[in-house]
Design a protein around this ligand. Sequence first.
Ligand code: IPM
Ligand code: MG
Length: 355
Amino acid sequence: MKKYKIALIKGDGIGPEIIDEAVKVLDAVASRYDFDFDYEELLMGGIAYDITGDPLPQETVTKSLNSDAVLFGAIGGEKWDSLPREKRPESGLLRFRKELGVYANLRPAVVYDELVNASSLKPEVVKGVDLMVVRELIGGIYFGEPKGRDDFKGYNTMVYTRPEIERIAHQAFKIAMNRSKKVCSVDKANVLDVSQLWRDVVTEVAQEYPEVELSHMYVDNAAMQLIRDPRQFDVILTGNIFGDILSDEASMLSGSIGLLPSASTGDKVGVYEPIHGSAPDIAGQGIANPIATISSASMMLRYELGEKEAADRIDNAIKQALAEGYRTKDLAAFDAKEVCSTSEMGSIIANYAVK
Ligand code: IPM
Ligand code: MG
C-alpha cells in the first residue's frame, strides 16, 4: 500500500476546522484505493508565533520539504497585526513560499451552475466561467530589493529576471495545453520597464507552444474585463501583486470566497490551500465553508500525487452536495435545501465521494 506523507498546516482562525474536513474527505476516498495518508501537523502563523516566538519555525520548513505535499489552512488575525513585520504571520507565509520555491500559484475560478445566483454579478455574465489565474508567487514587488521605510519615505521594488518569467510562462502554457489553449498575459507594460521585459519574454516562450493563442492585456483593463465579460478568459498569466489582486476579484465571480482552492508549485513540494483567509470572526462556530479546502485537497491529489481518479471523485462529490442543495451559512441564501455546519458538509462530501 502506497503511503503519502502529508504535512498539515492548520494555522489560525478557521484553519483547523476546515483542514479537519479535508482530512475526513481524503481518508474517505483513500479507502477506495490502494493508498493511504500519513499526516504530520506543523506549526505556522500566529499560533506558531505564540508557541515558539517565530511565525515560521525551521522545523516546519524542513519537515514540509520532506513530505509529499503540504495541505494548508489559513493564517493570520488581528491579534498579531501590531507585531513587527518579520514576526507577523504573513511574513512567515512569504518566507515559507520562498523556502519551498513554489513559484507557480494556480488559482482557478469556477462558477458552479448550482450557485450561479450567488455571484454579485448577473447570472448571464458568470454562467459557465471556468478560468485559471497563474500567478508568479516568489518574485516581483513582494520580494524585490531595495525596499525599506523611514518616517519620510517608503519603497519597494518590482523586479523580474528573464529566468523567473520564463519558468512561470512555461507553466501557464503547459496548463493552457490541457485547457482551451488560450493564455492572456497581464502586465502594465505601458508604464513599467519590468512589465515590458515580462511581455517580451512571455512572447518568446509562446513560440514553443504554437497551438496556444497568446494575448496581452494591461492590468487595469484586465480588472475591468473580468467583471464585464469573464468568459473571455481561460488562463490568465501574471506577476505576484497583479495576481494577488486579480485572483481575489476572480474569486467573487463564483459567489463565495469559501469555494475556491489553490495550488502553489515549484520544483520541490507543492502547497495546497484555500484562497480565503483565516476569518477569525467566525472561527470556532462551525459555520465556515470547508469546500475551498476540500477542493484544494483534490488539487493535491491531481497535481502532486497523480491520483486523478480520486481527485475526480472529490470534485464530483462537491458538485453533488451543491446540486442536492446542501449549503453552509455563507451560501444559505442561494437555493439551499438544507443549511449545514462545517463538519456536516465535510461528512456529506465524504459520503458522496465513496459512493
Ligand atoms: C494571498 C494573500 C497573501 C498574499 C498574504 C496573506 C501575504 O493575500 O495568498 O493572496 O498577498 O500573497
Ligand atoms: Mg491575496
